[in-house]
Design a binder for this molecule. Structure first.
Ligand code: ATP
Length: 372
């Protein structure tokens, strides 16, 4: 059974099209992250699922029941959803326990108290039931908001940027705890975020959006290693971008010749290379192997990895500036020379003369992962 289904949902604010025929499905117990740049329509989709925004076009079903569309638009309290917002939206005049009990309006007083306490126990805050929200830290307030969303045991949790109010260090800890709590609860979850790493950390499946449309959906591994287009490849992490053209069935770049696989002869392409897809070998390895030499411009330790800035000077061509990421501490001197080798799993080729903004991205047959 699906916890949530969007069928060709479109939404306008005046002349602005915030969602354009968005279709998506979340299975029971599945955690799905809605990911995309600011303004791409993520929050609008979440608000439509919650019933906080009136549906204009399409259909929304929760747990197999149409909640919006076909002449129906159920209010949030009738949708079997738990909501959590960026600012937590706790009531300052209500104690923590009362805040959590708020979503349990249709139960008896003693049942509400019991369920609220149970939810607070789950997030480790049972001792704070009588405290007021302002006396709690940001991380504790986040847990109260999560307890309130989980308390009615909803079929579907809707989380809008639930960690954005927390500092970097606390955020890591809180999102780890949230992931386990959400999974234990068994509720399906739709979480909005604009941070790819956060989405990859939390999600069973990611729905990547751009300008109101779905660009790609898949597991974090599928999205990272098989991006649907150049936007998707770049959104999940830094990429080195090279321009080229298909000639005689090949894409010739100063770094390597790549198979064009299905992209038409003469078409302009962009070649995207993840920094971790560039291996640095001793310079001698380049001789006669077709590999290219690169000179180190700078190298910096970033903690778990090192970033090496490289210059490649093709014969008679414009020098290329590349970034290579190497695990651990790897800090060669400026001016050192290496031979470059590309990991085919981290190189992507896409046509660039296809219509891009606002148009359906080209999928599958045109976008291709390089090999060799
Ligand atoms: P962010 O990550 O910045 O919150 P988002 O991807 O969640 O962005 P939405 O908040 O859904 O995007 O907004 C989509 C578009 O609709 C944006 O251009 C936004 O300015 C516009 N928009 C959102 N809400 C309204 C509103 N109530 N009235 C008018 N325009 C709106």
């Amino acid at each position: 059974m699906n916890a949530l289904v969007f069928e060709t949902v479109s939404h306008r604010y005046g002349r602005l099209k915030a969602l354009d025929r968005l279709s998506l499905t979340i299975g029971d117990g599945e955690v799905v992250c809605l990911l995309g740049p600011s303004g791409c329509g993520k929050t609008t989709a979440l608000r439509l699922a919650a019933g906080l925004e009136e549906l204009q076009e399409g259909r929304i079903a929760i747990g197999g029941r149409v909640v919006a569309g076909e002449g129906r638009d159920l209010p949030p309290e009738d949708r079997d959803v738990g909501l959590m917002f960026q600012d937590y939206a706790l009531f300052p005049h209500l104690r923590v326990g009362e805040n959590v009990a708020f979503g349990l309006r249709r139960r008896t007083a003693s049942e509400r108290e019991r369920l609220a306490l149970e939810a607070l126990q789950r997030v480790g805050l049972a001792d704070y039931a009588r405290a007021y929200p302002h006396t709690l830290s940001g991380g504790q307030q986040q847990r109260v908001a999560l307890a309130r969303a989980l308390a009615p045991n909803p079929r579907l949790l809707l989380l809008d940027e639930p960690f954005s109010g927390l500092d970097q260090r606390l955020r890591r800890e809180v999102r780890d705890r949230t992931l386990h709590l959400v999974k234990e609860s068994g509720a399906a979850t739709l979480m909005v975020t604009h941070e790819p790493e956060e989405a990859m950390f939390m999600a069973d499946r990611i729905v990547l959006m751009r300008a109101g449309r779905l660009v790609q959906e898949g597991t974090p591994v599928e999205c990272y290693f098989n991006p649907a287009d150049g936007f998707a490849a770049g959104f999940f992490g830094e990429v080195n971008r090279l321009e080229a053209r298909v000639e005689n069935g090949e894409v010739r770049t100063p770094l390597a010749w790549l198979p064009a696989r299905g992209i038409a002869e003469g078409r302009a392409v962009e070649v995207l290379v993840r920094p971790e897809g560039i291996r640095l070998l001793p310079p001698g390895d380049a001789a006669g192997s077709g590999k290219v030499d690169a000179r180190v411009i700078a190298a910096r330790l970033l903690g778990r990895s090192s970033l090496v800035h490289l210059s490649v000077e093709p014969d008679g061509g414009t020098p290329l500036h590349l970034h290579a990421r190497v695990p651990g501490r790897f800090l060669p001197d400026d001016g050192d020379v290496f031979s470059l080798d590309l990991d085919p799993a981290q190189v992507f080729v896409f046509p660039t003369d296809a219509p891009i903004s606002g148009a359906e991205p080209e999928r599958g047959h045109t976008g291709t992962r390089a090999s060799g």
